[in-house]
Design a protein around this ligand. Structure first.
Ligand SMILES: NC(=O)C1=CN([C@@H]2O[C@H](COP(=O)(O)OP(=O)(O)OC[C@H]3O[C@@H](n4cnc5c(N)ncnc54)[C@H](OP(=O)(O)O)[C@@H]3O)[C@@H](O)[C@H]2O)C=CC1
Ligand SMILES: CC(=O)N[C@@H](CCC(=O)OP(=O)(O)O)C(=O)O
Length: 345
């Protein structure tokens, strides 16, 4: 299968190239960039030298159709909604890493992204690409709205207790922490070494664009609405997301019962690892991989559950999950090209 990547010179684009290069059923046919068109990929990323050498090309919608079957969008929000409608008409499968097609309610997009939404007909064609939850819809999809990084860790951490209807829906609190690559490669004062190093910063309090995404998908998973408290922090590491999630239990459950519920829910899942009691996950244990590792504690004193969910923001939080979705659409083994063990230490 021939694929292209638009936004190929960003971090999400580079991670797609790294993973797709080792995918046995895929050929990377086109790398598209606005600002660096005409240059070599290796001028932007020297780690590809002698392994994958290709030029970055200008966006040309007419050429696309003859060259690729699938186009990955690793562009900021606001870009794909202008282009994807024409591509779907030309039977190109689009996998969008941005937030443009995630929110089904156009008013919510306009409120949280401060931009005009994609039109409603195109929003209806998109499938939210949280693979473990929406696999059956993804199989038939031509447009995937790949989930945001924080929502991926959060929703996978919450899904078992949402499905089992054991928590008070308005008690969910999510404390998210991200490495700096989550902010992309574009230059930004907040991402400078001297701003981030030896520092922890909370940001976008009450304003984060992932709040409506998390609430929308919670309702899709369990049928009940929820209003969540979600706070994000930037921490001095390159990759990784940890979401620490709290919720009040509606009934008494022991940690053992909870672990059993999580193990059962994810029994067939290749990329979800439920940690045994007292073996909580850390971000480094999923570094460079498509795993989401989940650890639990039940505090019988407060009646609350604590869920620790970790992913690599660029893999399961972006490029890896996008490829997992491509594997599902193509009918390949979901693990194809994603088999790597995390890098440690
Ligand atoms: N980084 C992460 O961990 C995650 C990122 N995402 C999402 O993935 C997308 C890409 O993120 P990331 O790779 O980190 O960002 P980067 O800033 O690293 O890269 C963004 C890319 O988009 C391109 N781009 C910017 N503006 C335009 C435009 N108007 N038209 C066409 N291309 C444009 C840039 O290329 P050029 O210089 O050629 O314009 C660049 O290649 C974003 O939507 C992000 O929210 C999702 C989950 C996790
Ligand atoms: C550290 C950092 O800044 N992270 C970004 C993650 C953006 C992202 O991946 O989300 P979308 O795809 O929804 O734009 C943030 O918190 O906004």
């Amino acid at each position: 299968m021939k694929v292209g990547i638009i936004g190929a010179n960003g971090y999400g684009g580079a991670e797609l190239i790294r993973l797709l290069h080792q995918h046995p059923n895929v050929e990377i046919e086109m790398l598209i960039s606005n600002s660096t068109k005409g240059s070599l990929l290796t001028d932007q990323y020297k780690h590809f030298h002698y392994i994958f050498e290709k030029s970055l090309e200008e966006w040309n919608p007419d050429e696309i159709q003859s060259k690729v079957d699938v186009l990955f969008f690793a562009t900021p929000s606001g870009v794909s909604k202008e282009i994807i409608p024409q591509l779907i008409e030309r039977d190109i499968i689009c996998i969008d890493l941005s937030g443009d097609f995630r929110l089904k309610d156009e008013y919510l997009y306009e409120k949280w992204y401060k931009n005009k939404s994609a039109n409603i007909e195109d929003l209806q064609k998109s499938v939210y690409g949280l693979t473990e939850i929406n696999r059956n819809e993804i199989k038939k999809a031509t447009l995937i709205a790949n989930p945001g990084c924080y929502p991926t860790a959060t929703l996978l951490g919450l899904a078992p207790i949402l499905k089992a209807n054991v928590i008070n829906m308005n008690s969910i609190i999510i404390d998210g922490k991200s490495g700096v690559s989550g902010a992309g490669r574009k230059p930004n004062v907040g991402s400078l070494f001297s701003e981030v190093n030896e520092n922890v910063t909370a940001y976008k309090l009450g304003k984060h664009q992932h709040i409506p995404e998390i609430e929308q998908e919670i309702q899709n998973i369990c049928g009940f609405p929820a209003t969540v408290t979600f706070t994000t922090h930037l921490i001095p590491m390159t990759r990784g997301i940890m979401c620490t999630i709290y919720a009040n239990l509606k009934k008494n459950m022991s940690l053992e019962e909870m672990l059993e519920l999580y193990q059962e829910t994810y029994l067939e899942e290749s990329f979800i690892r439920i940690r045994p009691k007292d073996k909580l996950p850390s971000t480094k244990e999923v570094y460079g991989s498509n795993y989401c590792d989940i650890g639990l504690n039940v505090d019988e004193r407060t009646g609350r559950i604590t869920i620790i969910s970790v992913i690599d923001n660029l893999v399961k939080g972006a490029a890896g999950q996008a490829i997992q979705n491509l594997n599902v659409i193509a009918g390949w083994d979901e693990r194809t090209g994603l088999n790597g063990i995390p890098i440690y230490p």
